[in-house]
Design a protein around this ligand. Structure first.
Ligand code: 5GP
Length: 126
């Protein structure tokens, strides 16, 4: 079920539990501010979720509340992770789902990183 991204941060969401080590994950990268791990239900040969460690529900929440250094760090790390996964030359896709129309299911900001095959058009029509 898509979530209402205007709600306050829920500290019991699944990615908060992953960050606390309560649920295992297949980590691709981790540092002080960022965790990247493989999606449990991959939709491409490479499907990685990149999340800030801070408590942000959505992109706009992150943009409004995060310090500039965290935002710059997050943006840089998403790019570095794509490069480290050898996705730059073949190409890849970034996606952030937000709220109901965006079909966001987990209320902790995450960027999907897809790659490893031609990914087709941007959105299904209809
Ligand atoms: P959203 O629809 O919110 O953009 O995507 C949430 C993503 O989180 C989905 O692709 C889903 O497969 C993934 N996901 C949900 N629960 C877990 C989990 O416990 N572990 C991992 N690695 N991914 C999860």
């Amino acid at each position: 079920m898509p979530i209402d991204a205007t709600q306050p941060y829920d500290p019991d969401n699944i990615f908060a539990k992953i960050l606390r080590g309560e649920i295992p994950n297949d980590t691709v990268f981790e540092d002080e501010h960022v965790l990247a791990f493989r999606d449990i239900n991959p939709q491409a040969p490479v499907h990685v979720l990149v999340i800030p460690k801070g408590e942000y529900v959505s992109w706009d929440d992150f943009a409004a509340k995060a310090p500039d250094v965290e935002i710059a760090h997050f943006v840089r790390k998403v790019g570095e992770i794509a490069r480290d996964l050898d996705l730059v030359e073949p190409g890849y896709r970034l996606l952030a789902n937000i709220g109901g129309h965006g079909h966001q299911e987990v209320p902790h900001l995450h960027v999907h990183l897809f790659g490893g095959k031609p990914l087709g058009p941007m959105l299904a029509r209809g």
